[in-house]
Design a protein around this ligand. Structure first.
Ligand code: MN
Length: 289
């Protein structure tokens, strides 16, 4: 086995609002180097724990388009409702995830679930944008509701747990159907626990720490920091402090194609972006009130 080595550690940018419901810091995309190193992940928005007062008008973000990738929302606390132009929709609660494939085009809106909003409370989320290979960018849109009960679970010998949204560990698999191999895991380590996880050699690997911190080969990743690892190695060694630690692992096989990013569209060329804007303006993304 060869250990993964921590290459760099990144903090988010200034917090900003997405619509009036999502108070986030962006960890990806960072600089150009980070974009290439994060492949197939295009974007990561992190919404820390925050209290929302009760309201009869749920906060959120209104109808908007996406093309060329997938949006993946992880709910840690609170409840998010979603509707899209394919008729897809649903609510995700703590432990659930929404895996939406925009592909050739989708309109959707995302907001706090109305009953939850009436009560108010603690909200804690993450949204990832996962790239699609060029051959799948103009495929059919889709929506997967991944429930907490459906997640793969691996008990670690030191007392911790790995929850699998996507990918495989020790014979367990996550429920997400992905277009390229992806690892998306929630790691919960006990006090002072050291875990050794088998990871695919050659895949991108990042850890975002939600609670505590993690020591690994090459350094430490602090709370609300994203650690990026070298792509070679098949073993991830991490150690939690006496408070324990929680982190999200983002991994996957790099797609290795050019990325041209323009607002809610991610394609492989300028010409495809121009086409996306023309198609959106022509109404081919469908309709959503
Ligand atoms: Mn969106």
């Amino acid at each position: 086995m060869t250990d993964r080595i921590l290459r760099s550690v990144h903090s988010g940018d200034r917090f900003h609002w997405v619509g009036d419901g999502f108070y986030v810091t962006q960890l990806l995309p960072g600089g150009r180097e980070l974009q290439e190193a994060a492949d197939p992940f295009l974007l990561m928005d992190y919404h820390p724990v925050k209290d929302y007062p009760p309201t009869d008008r749920p906060r959120g973000v209104g109808a908007h388009p996406h093309r060329g990738f997938e949006t993946v929302t992880l709910a840690f606390e609170g409840a998010v409702q979603h509707h899209d132009s394919t008729g897809g929709g649903g609510v995700i609660y703590p432990g659930d995830a929404q895996w939406m494939t925009a592909a050739r085009g989708i309109l959707h809106k995302e907001y706090h679930e109305p009953e939850w909003a009436r009560q108010g409370g603690r909200f804690h989320m993450m949204q990832l944008w996962v790239n699609l290979p060029s051959a799948d960018k103009m495929g059919d849109p889709g929506y997967q509701a991944l429930t907490a009960e459906s997640m793969g679970k691996v008990k670690l010998p030191g007392g911790g747990t790995v929850t699998l949204y996507a990918g495989e560990l020790d014979g367990e698999t996550g429920p997400a159907r992905t277009h390229t191999p992806i690892e998306l895991w929630d790691l919960q380590l006990a006090a002072d626990e050291t875990a050794e996880l088998t990871v695919p050699d050659g895949h991108t690997l990042m850890l975002f720490v939600l609670d505590g911190h993690l020591d690994t080969v090459g350094g430490r990743i602090g709370r609300e920091q994203l650690g990026l690892f070298d792509r070679s190695g098949d073993r991830l060694r991490i150690t939690a402090p006496e408070t324990g630690a929680r982190a999200v692992l983002l991994g996957g096989r790099p797609i290795g194609e050019p990325v041209v990013f323009y607002g809610p569209f991610a394609m492989t060329s300028e010409a495809e972006i121009v086409q996306a804007i023309e198609d959106f303006n022509a109404g081919t993304f469908g309709h959503l009130d």
